[in-house]
Design a binder for this molecule. Structure first.
Ligand code: UDP
Ligand code: MG
Length: 245
């Protein structure tokens, strides 16, 4: 039986039609993580890709025992694929990243260092966006972050960056929903955990194209934003001051 020992770190990746990226992604993960003194697994959820992704993932899982792969019956979206991976992850720490190499696995040590002092660490591309994204993506992200922070009383500089690391217990009680990947720092804070940010590298997509346009991203997430704002305001808050028996 494979993978009996609980790894310390789980790298969790959602994947939809990423055939051109997966081998390079595996190489990048292996060369960044093998030198670290940490046991790890890579959990990849194939969101019912229609290209060759699943066949390539099977090759990778056959070559590398630390690769655990699962496949959805039908396309469920990034949040679902990411969530299913987090649920399958067994590590004490979880790192989430994209399959397209926009996130560089060489940043993982930076996250691990920050995890010594915080429960959750979110990557921010504010300083590096120009390296990997065009003007439209940068501008729409700035506007989205500004609106999001204003309406949900937040100070997350790059909520759209899904390169993050956290202790597994951060997500134990969270209710995840479609689009929740954009609000994870807020949802984790609402559970009482500490959240910080570290600057990360932002590469252009290695192969293939983004699954989102400006409009589907902005409009869909606006409704989610109102829901998160409501939930944040209405969360029960209390402190028990004394108790007998
Ligand atoms: N993704 C997914 N299901 C989908 C759409 C996207 O699992 O229905 C994955 C995709 O393969 C990638 C991540 O979610 O690993 C982020 O997608 P993308 O890179 O297209 O988003 P962007 O970086 O442009 O925001
Ligand atoms: Mg991407």
């Amino acid at each position: 039986m494979k993978n009996q020992i609980m790894p310390e770190l789980s790298i969790v990746i959602p994947c939809y039609n990423e055939e051109g990226n997966l081998r390079a992604l595996a190489d990048a993960i292996l060369s960044a993580l093998n030198p670290l003194v940490i046991s790890y697994e890579v959990v990849i959820t194939d969101d019912a890709s229609t290209d060759n992704s699943w066949a390539i993932l099977n090759e990778l899982a056959a070559s590398y025992p630390q690769f655990n792969i699962q496949r959805f019956k039908y396309n469920c979206g990034e949040s679902a694929a990411s969530w299913a991976g987090m649920k399958a992850a067994r590590g004490r720490y979880i790192v989430t990243l994209d399959a397209d190499l926009q996130n560089d696995p060489r940043d993982v040590p930076k996250f691990l260092e920050a995890l010594k002092y915080h429960d959750c660490v979110c990557g921010t591309r504010v300083a590096t966006r120009g390296q990997g994204d065009n003007f439209i993506r940068i501008l729409s992200s700035r506007i989205a972050n500004w609106v999001r922070n204003r309406l949900s009383d937040e100070n997350v500089s790059d909520a759209g960056c899904t390169y993050r690391a956290f202790r597994r217990e951060c997500i134990d009680n969270i209710k995840f929903f479609r689009g929740a990947h954009r609000f994870l720092p807020t949802l984790i804070k609402m559970e009482g955990f500490t959240v910080t940010e570290v600057p990360v590298t932002n590469n252009p997509r290695f192969a293939g194209k983004s699954h989102y346009g400006v409009w589907n991203r902005l409009f869909k997430s606006f409704g989610d934003l109102l829901a998160v704002r409501w939930m944040k305001e209405r969360m029960l808050r209390y402190e028990i001051v004394e108790k007998t028996n």
